[in-house]
Ligand binder design. Structure first.
Ligand code: ZN
Ligand code: MN
Length: 488
């Protein structure tokens, strides 16, 4: 078909992450969510004339740490710039940001895709700036502004347009959240606005053998993974429809800024701009540039940890876990560390993983806490995994013991005895029971011995009878061995 239309999606992402320092970027005001409006402000963050900002060293170190994790080149000289815009939530009428000499450039992030595949997405830059306040629009003919957030340290990360679907963008966002949490530099709680996304999207369309690029649309201020993915999917369809209807391309129409309506699940036009807005950037005269020495950089680098994606891949390769399980265990750093402690204590990885994902994490979810906060000793989990491995208890009984262990804090050995869950592996004892079952079920015995179609089913039936007689406590492996011996 000559008029077939094909297209490729191109998405780049800008992310803002609030850093969890105690005080703001350039003043001593506390960074704290949910305080009475305008109670965490001072002359500096209110932009009063004559005040002097002072850089928060911790914020700078956190930003460099993330930049290192993003494989960026770190600048040994970086400076601050004023980015002018006039908006009620920015009392100074400019934001202190970084323009031409950001603290880091040119990195990449590895993101997990389905079935253990990964993809490398380029990072153009990561720089530090200050957050604006919040405009509130309550019912009525007025608006309000809360400046508590004004001046909160904000890390801006800009990716290359390397992503080709809403799902990939979501995967990057999730990975970045996991990363900054591992590094303890941000809670990255999207409901609190601590992590916000702005994707820019367009399509490369092939039609009748010619290639067209649709105008880039940037969606502002998305604050959930769902909104991020959905808005991109919506925008793909909208741009395709618009192109087929109007033929508009990048060359004939400018970039636009769009918002996301969560209720309608649709993007809407905010403004069309022919050129980039003029922010009148100029160097901030009140702040000295930052010179990062090798020693200082080394100190910061010492705070790096094994990153979540590296851990996830290691769990798959080294411990032979499924990619899914590895993802669950590495979602939070404290969970991954608990798992590793149980491995270090001698637990077999797959069995420890099962106990944690099938019982531990479920209970933690119910309680609304992390696995590590359940008060469970990793050594006890390791011990329980060993008991399952040697057949002292069955896997099912293991889960029960795990549950009771969480309630009582007792050792798995003690729990197994108290609950009478120790598996019968004693061959002599089991042989007596097997003999009894064989005498009671001569028909099934004949079926097995005949070796016909019914043989397998009959053998399963006999095993089931033994399990029933022992109330599920016979070691099925041992029983199978005895049955095989007796029935040839
Ligand atoms: Zn302040
Ligand atoms: Mn920004």
């Amino acid at each position: 078909m000559s008029n077939e239309v094909q297209y490729k999606v191109v998405v780049g992402l800008e992310i803002h992450v609030q850093l969890c320092t105690r005080s703001k970027m350039f003043c001593g005001c506390a960074v704290k969510f949910g305080q009475p409006p305008n109670s965490r402000v001072c002359p500096v963050c209110l932009g009063m004339p004559g005040v002097l900002p002072v850089m928060n060293k911790q914020a700078f170190e956190y930003a460099v740490l993330v930049a290192l994790a993003l494989n960026c080149e770190i600048a040994d000289f970086t400076k601050w710039d004023r980015k002018s815009y006039y908006y009620p939530d920015l009392p100074k009428n400019y934001q202190i940001s970084q323009y031409d000499l950001p603290l880091s450039t040119n990195g990449f992030i590895e993101i997990p895709l389905e079935q253990g595949r990964t993809k490398r997405v380029g990072i153009i830059r990561a720089h530090l700036e200050e957050d604006a306040g919040k405009n509130l629009h309550p019912a009525g003919n007025f608006s309000q502004v809360d400046l508590n957030r004004t001046g909160t340290p904000l890390l801006e990360i800009v990716t290359e347009p390397d992503m080709n679907s809403g799902a990939e963008v979501r995967a990057l966002a999730v990975e970045l959240q996991r990363m900054v949490r591992y590094l303890s530099v941000s809670e990255a709680d999207m409901q609190k606005g601590q992590m916000r996304f702005e994707p820019n999207i367009n399509l490369v369309i092939t039609k009748d053998g010619a290639e067209y690029k649709t105008p880039i649309a940037e969606i502002k201020n998305l604050n959930s993974f769902r909104a991020l993915e959905r808005s991109i999917d919506y925008e793909i369809q909208r741009q395709l429809d618009e192109f087929l209807e109007t033929g508009k391309t990048m060359d004939t129409a400018g970039k636009s800024t769009r918002g996301w309506d969560d209720d309608r699940e649709a993007t809407f036009l905010q403004r069309e701009k022919e050129e980039a807005p003029d922010y009148r950037y100029f160097p901030e005269p009140d702040l000295v540039p930052v010179e990062l020495t090798k020693e200082w950089l080394d100190d910061i680098r010492a705070h790096l940890c094994e990153l979540p994606i590296t851990k996830q891949m290691r769990y798959v390769n080294e411990y032979k876990l499924s990619d899914y399980d590895a993802g669950v265990l590495t979602a939070e750093r404290s969970t991954a560390e608990f798992f590793e402690q149980a491995i270090d204590a001698g637990g077999e990885p797959k069995r420890v993983c099962n106990l944690l994902t099938q019982v531990g994490l479920k209970l933690a979810n119910e309680k609304g806490c992390g696995l590590a906060e359940l008060g469970l000793a990793p050594e006890n989990v390791a011990e329980l995994a060993k008991m399952i491995a040697v057949g002292q208890v069955s896997a099912t009984a293991g889960n029960t013991i795990m549950q009771e262990m969480l309630k009582t804090g007792k050792s798995p050995q003690l729990m197994a005895e108290e609950l009478d869950l120790v598996q019968k592996s004693d061959a002599c004892e089991l042989e007596t029971i097997v003999d009894q079952v064989l005498t009671e079920n001569t028909k099934a015995v004949d079926d097995v011995k005949s070796g016909g179609k019914k043989s397998k089913k009959a053998l399963g039936f006999l095993l089931g009878q033994v399990m029933q007689k022992t109330k599920g406590r016979a070691n099925p492996k041992v029983v199978s061995g005895i049955l095989a011996k007796k029935l040839g």
